[in-house]
Write a protein that binds this ligand. Sequence first.
Ligand SMILES: *[C@@H]1O[C@H](CO)[C@@H](O)[C@H](O)[C@H]1NC(C)=O
Ligand SMILES: *[C@@H]1O[C@H](CO)[C@@H](O)[C@H](O)[C@H]1NC(C)=O
Ligand SMILES: *[C@@H]1O[C@H](CO)[C@@H](O)[C@H](O)[C@H]1NC(C)=O
Ligand SMILES: *[C@@H]1O[C@H](CO)[C@@H](O)[C@H](O)[C@H]1NC(C)=O
Length: 667
Amino acid sequence: MFFNLVILVTLFLVDFAPSSSDDSFIYNGFQSGNLSMDGIANVTYNGLLLLTDSETQNQGHAFYQNPIHFKNSPNGTVFSFSTTFVFAIRSDYGDLRGHGLVFVIAPQRGLPGALANHYLGLFNSINNGDRSNHVVGVELDTIFSEDFGDINNNHVGIDINGLRSVAVHTAGYFDDIGLFHDLTLISGQPMQVWVDYDGSTKQINVTVAQLAAGKPVRPLMSLKYDLSPIIDQTMYVGFSSSTGSVPTHHYILGWSFKTNGKAQEFSQLPTLPRLGRKGTSRFVTIGLPLISLVSLVVATLVAVYYVRRRKYEELLEDWEREYRPQRFKYKDLYTATKGFREMELLGVGGFGKVYRGVMPITKLEIAVKRISHESRQGMKEFVSEIVSMGRIQHRNIVPLLGYCRRKGELLLIYEYMSNGSLDKYLYDQPRLTLDWNQRFRVIRGVASGLFFLHEECDHVVVHRDVKASNVLLDGELNGRLGDFGLARLYGHGTDPQSTRVVGTLGYLAPEHTRTGRATPRTDVFSFGAFLLEVACGKRPIQPRQDGDDLILVDRVYSCLNRGNILDAIDPNIGIDFVPGQVELVLKLGLFCSHSEPSFRPTMRQVLLFLDGVVALPELSTLGVSSATLTFDRHEGFDDFIKSYASSLDYAYSRSPSVTDSFLSGGR
Ligand SMILES: *[C@@H]1O[C@H](CO)[C@@H](O)[C@H](O)[C@H]1NC(C)=O
Ligand SMILES: *[C@@H]1O[C@H](CO)[C@@H](O)[C@H](O)[C@H]1NC(C)=O
Ligand SMILES: *[C@@H]1O[C@H](CO)[C@@H](O)[C@H](O)[C@H]1NC(C)=O
Ligand SMILES: *[C@@H]1O[C@H](CO)[C@@H](O)[C@H](O)[C@H]1NC(C)=O
C-alpha cells in the first residue's frame, strides 16, 4: 500500500512536474477584467474588449496581467502553448477600414514606442524587424501595406520581431475536403482564431473560422519555426491594434490561453452591438407627442422640418444602393464644414470649391470637393469609378473616402492633407519653399504612387492629370497624388477607350491631344512635366506679357545643350543637394517628355532610375533631341478646345487657372 503510494507520487511528479508551472486562463468576456491596457483600449459595459474605437491614427493594447512561463530555463526550449480568441472588426465606413489587430507575445505588458497605422501598434520605423525585439505576433491585417510586403488587404500573418510576416495567407479556412473559403476580416461578424505551438516539433499553426462553425481540421497556416530564441523564459501575452484614417472598432469577445495543453473553449461570450445605426431621430419619439399636444408648435416644427429637409436634401437613385457604405450624409458634411463656410474654404477648382471639415461624431478630418453638375449622363459610371477609387490604398495616393449627391451637385470626400497642394510651395511667390531633399522625396513618392496605379492595381488606372497642383502634402510632407476626377479605368490588356480629352495644357502628351486617348504613357509625359516643374519651380508653360510664353522643356533642354543643365533649377532649393541627383531628375524629365510615346520610360523604369538601381543613359542615346521635345502647342489645338468644351459635363475637376491662363495668356 505504502509502496503503491510512493509509485503514485513518483508518477505524479514525473508526469506533472512541469505542469505545476503551467499557465492557463480563460476570459468569457472581460468584465472581470484585470487586463493591463493602454492607448485607447477599453472594456465596454457588457464586457467586450474594445482595442480601438472611433479614434483615428491611434492604437490600443491589452495584456494579461501576469507573466507567462514559457521555458524552464533562459536557454531552454519553449513549451507547447495554445490560445484561442474571438474577435470582430467593424469600420464606421463600410469598406474603408483601420489596420487590424494582432495577438502578441512580448517581453513587457505593452509595446512602448510603437506607432499606429500600418505599424499595428507593434513596432516603429526604427525597431521594426530588429532581432532584439523578442516579439511574436499573429496579425489579422486589413490593409495592404506595400512597405511590409503584404499580399492584400485581408490576410493573416505570423510576425517575428517585425511586420514583414514570416508566413502569410489570405484570411479564410479549409473545409473538411480541403477547399479554401475566404473570410472577410472586416465583415463585422465574430470570428475565432486558434494559435497552437508544438514545442517538440516547433510548429506554429494558425486557424480561423466563423464563430460557432467549430475549429477546422486543417489549419490555415502551419509554419515550422523554433520560437526558443525569440521567446524568453517569461513573457506577456496580449493584443495590439491600430487605426489609420478611418475609425474602426476592433473587438475581442473572449480569450483563452494555456501552456502545455489545449486552450479551453468558450462557454458564453458577450454580444456585439447591433450592426447599423440606431433609430433615426429623437424628433419622432419626443417631438411627435409634443406636436399632438400643441398645435402651434406643430405648425412651427413642420415648417422647420421642411426647411431642414430641403436644406439637407440628397439625390439617391436605385442604382446607388450598393454604394451605401461610400455615401456620406449631406447633413454630416454640412455640419463638418460648418455650413460650407468661407473660412473652411481650402481652394477653388474649375468646377467647384474644396472645403475642410471635421466629421461630427468621428472627428475625422476631411476635404470636401463640391462640384456642380447638371448632367446625369455618365453619373452612374462615374460613381462606380469613385467607389473603386476608394478601394485604392497607397501611401502616395490621397484616400478618397466617399461621395454624396444632391440636385445639381456632386460632393467628393477625401482625407484631409494638412500641408495642401505642392504647387503652393513652387511658384507664384511661395511663402514657403521646399529644399531639394524634400522635393526629391515628393518626386519619389509620386513616382511610386503612379507606378502603383499603372502596374499594381487590379485595373490599370490612368491618372490623366498628374501635375503639382494635384499632388498634396500630408503632415509629414509626403507627396500624395490626388484628384482622380479625371482618371478612368480600363482593364489590363484591353484597348484604352476614350474620346474626350481632359487634362491640363502643358502636361498633355501630344498624342493625347491628337487622338484623345489617355494611356499610362500619357501619364508618364505629364510626370515628366511634373519633374521639371518641381526641380525648376516653374510651370510647364509660363505666360508672359509679350505673349511669348516660356516653355519649360525648351529652357531645360537649352541649358543641357549649353553644358550646364543645373542653370535651370529653382534657386530656392537651397545648397544642400547632390548635383548628380538634380541632374538625374532634370534629364529624366526630358526623357519622359519625349514626343514619341514608345520612347518614354515606364513608371517601373522611372523608379529604377530614381533609386539609382539603373543608371540613366545619355539622353542622346535615348533619342531625346530638340526635335523630339517640340512642344505641341498649336497642333490639334482647336480640336482640343472643341472636345474640351463638349466634355465640360464630364470633366469633374480642373483648375481654372489653367483654363484661364491658356485662354487669356495663351494668345
Ligand atoms: C489584478 O492583477 C494585479 C497585478 O497582477 C493583482 O495585484 C491583482 O490582485 C489582480 N486583481 C484581480 C481582481 O485579479
Ligand atoms: C474607458 O471607459 C470608461 C467608462 O466608459 C471611461 O470612464 C474611461 O475614461 C475609458 N478609458 C479610456 C482609456 O478610454
Ligand atoms: C545561454 O546562452 C547564452 C548565449 O548563447 C550563453 O552565453 C550562456 O552561457 C547560456 N547559459 C546557460 C546557462 O547555458
Ligand atoms: C499543426 O497542423 C498540422 C497539420 O494539420 C498537424 O499535423 C499538427 O499536429 C498541428 N500542430 C498543432 C500544435 O496543432
